[in-house]
Design a protein around this ligand. Structure first.
Ligand code: PLP
Length: 463
């Protein structure tokens, strides 16, 4: 759907009768720890601090807009995931959520593996020293050049996504004299989204090979017959921002069923299954994500139970959280520019960034929270829409939220939970300069991705 064809917001009557917002929090100065990274707090003067540094100091040193990433929170989440799943499972961080060389080093140090889905992500991972065998390569249209590089590097696994790719990867591996470890991505007929999932018989989407009509079984047949391939398992990824484990349950059951069919037909028990990512995080106080240990227990219980029923050895499980690791660890800091109260509607608060640093609201109607962070305030709550500075009425960062009525130009406001799919989807629309990512830890702040400059823009424009 074209967002520009979409009304910019509810009309007056909608606002009064069926606002998309919940009531303001009792005290706007209180930061809901669910949506903020772990070291975020307010100091004695009421200013938000992260890693022990106040936002005023961060804004002065690094400018706005900027993403501030809480490194110790990121590392703690990596550890929580790998401890929850234990030594008999593998956690792959989905690099597309946010990838930089510093992040790759943290992942390596914390013992995680890494998913990439392009040559650029692969280069970043290898350059920062991630061992190739700990990398998985995804994508529905990997180029021949990308596959060549992955195979040459000795990548741990390639997740095959189509019949053409099965043959393509097999040929390339054979040419290099290797047997490439691969998984086959299957679509299990489950579409999961936040609080509900839909089980369907067939799949109408670009990823994977459908279990329905025996397509996936045929893909397995072909992969097993090719010398260049070492088929280690089956992969399923069912959606994003999921809270309800029921979708994973259906997915795991169908994947295990396929393993049983493979055993019956070929006499081989594939040793691994990958249940993908998509675990939800709290963007607002309404969201209640599960802890990694609950997710790990739920998934391993399902797989164990289904395997017992099918008399299969329990395969090694892998999971691929992206958002659930990096999402909650960062916030975007903006400076308030103009403020337009629209009588009887809401107040439009414009910030110095927008859809170029956070496209998710415009793209998916994503919900975010926002807080005044340079100070506290005792003023009444006012209903606001936080918008960017771009030439597009759909340039909305936070659709509906409350900020104190004494908000003024120059105040700093922050949008939490922007660690995933914000910098990685950032654009240069209106020749905006993409903001930096600053890692903050134990009283120290360090740029890990620098702010773009006008020279960067002109360098690509060769005139
Ligand atoms: C995007 C993606 C993920 C990560 O999804 P999150 O919602 O960030 O957890 C994992 N696996 C695959 C195959 C993906 O495409």
């Amino acid at each position: 759907m074209s967002r520009s064809a979409h009304p910019a917001g509810p009309r007056h009557a909608d606002v009064l009768t069926e606002g998309h917002y919940s009531a303001p929090a009792a005290d706007l100065n209180v930061l809901d720890e669910k949506v903020w990274s772990r070291t975020v707090t307010r100091d004695a003067d009421g200013a938000l601090t992260v890693g022990g540094i106040t936002v005023a100091k961060l804004a002065e040193e690094f400018g706005t807009p900027a993403y501030f990433l809480d490194e110790s929170d990121f590392r703690a989440r990596c550890r929580a995931w790998s401890e929850a799943f234990g030594p008999d499972a593998d956690v792959f961080y989905a690099g597309k959520a946010f990838l930089s060389r510093a992040v790759v080093r943290w992942l390596k140090e914390e013992g995680l593996n890494l998913d990439v889905c392009s040559g650029g992500e692969l280069t970043t991972a290898l350059d920062a020293g991630m061992p190739a065998e700990r990398i998985a390569f995804h994508g529905n249209n990997k180029t021949v050049a990308e596959i060549e590089r992955a195979v040459e590097a000795g990548i741990g696994r390639i997740v095959l996504d189509s019949f053409q790719e099965i043959v393509r990867v097999a040929h390339i591996a054979q040419r290099h004299g290797v047997r490439q470890r691969v998984q086959i991505r299957v679509t299990v007929g489950v579409e999961a989204h936040t609080h509900e999932f839909i089980a369907t018989a067939h799949e109408d989407q670009k990823f994977g090979i459908a279990l329905a009509d025996g397509q996936a079984a045929e893909a397995v047949r072909r992969a097993l017959s090719l010398d260049g391939l070492d088929l280690i398992g089956v992969h399923s990824h069912i959606g994003s921002q999921i809270f309800d484990m029921a979708g994973f349950e259906v997915s795991a059951r169908r994947v295990v069923q396929l393993l049983a069919e493979i055993r019956d037909e070929h006499g081989v028990e594939l040793p691994e299954i990958d249940l993908g990512g998509g675990l939800g995080i709290a963007y607002t106080s309404e969201d209640d994500p599960r802890e990694p240990h609950e997710i790990a227990k739920a998934l391993s219980d399902i797989v164990t139970r289904e395997c017992e029923a099918a008399k299969l050895r329990t395969p090694r499980i892998s999971v691929e959280p992206g958002r659930a690791i990096v999402g909650p660890t960062a916030f975007t800091l903006y400076e308030v520019g103009t403020i337009k109260p629209l009588e009887g509607l809401r107040t439009y608060v414009s910030v110095d960034g927008g859809m170029s640093d956070n496209i998710r609201t415009a793209l998916y109607d994503a919900e975010y929270s926002v807080a005044l962070v340079s100070r506290t305030s005792d003023a009444e709550p006012m209903l606001v829409r936080v918008v960017g500075k771009h030439c597009e009425s759909g340039d909305i960062v936070v659709k509906d939220a409350f900020l104190p009525a004494d908000l003024a130009p120059g105040d700093l406001i922050a949008v939490p939970a922007t660690g995933a799919y914000c910098r990685s989807m950032a654009s240069n629309y209106n020749h905006a300069l993409r903001p930096p990512v600053v890692a903050v830890r134990d009283g120290e702040a360090r740029v890990i991705v620098r702010r773009e400059t006008e020279e960067d823009l002109l360098r690509l424009d060769v005139g």
